[in-house]
Design a protein around this ligand. Structure first.
Ligand SMILES: [Zn+2]
Length: 81
């Protein structure tokens, strides 16, 4: 019983860290192909067609533009958020 009580806070911490990392991984609004020139909504057909390892993730349009990407002509992501 004592051992279990000691492990309990550590388990809570691990669970919390996992939740935070999942939340961070999902916290993006736009994606861009690493070798492409456009940024897209994650739902855009161009973004969905490629392997996720070839994508970059952005939290804002400004961030995507700062990285040198232009908005996609198909899914039309905003220029400013
Ligand atoms: Zn697109």
């Amino acid at each position: 019983m004592i051992r279990r009580n000691r492990a309990f806070p550590a388990l809570i911490l691990i669970a919390a860290l996992l939740l935070v990392s999942v939340a961070l991984a999902l916290d993006y609004k736009y994606v861009a192909l690493k070798r492409g020139k456009k940024y897209h909504y994650p739902t855009c057909e161009y973004a969905q067609r490629v392997d996720s390892r070839l994508l970059l993730y952005f939290n804002s349009a400004k961030e995507a533009q700062a990285a040198g990407y232009k908005p996609c002509n198909t899914c039309k992501p905003p220029i400013t958020d």
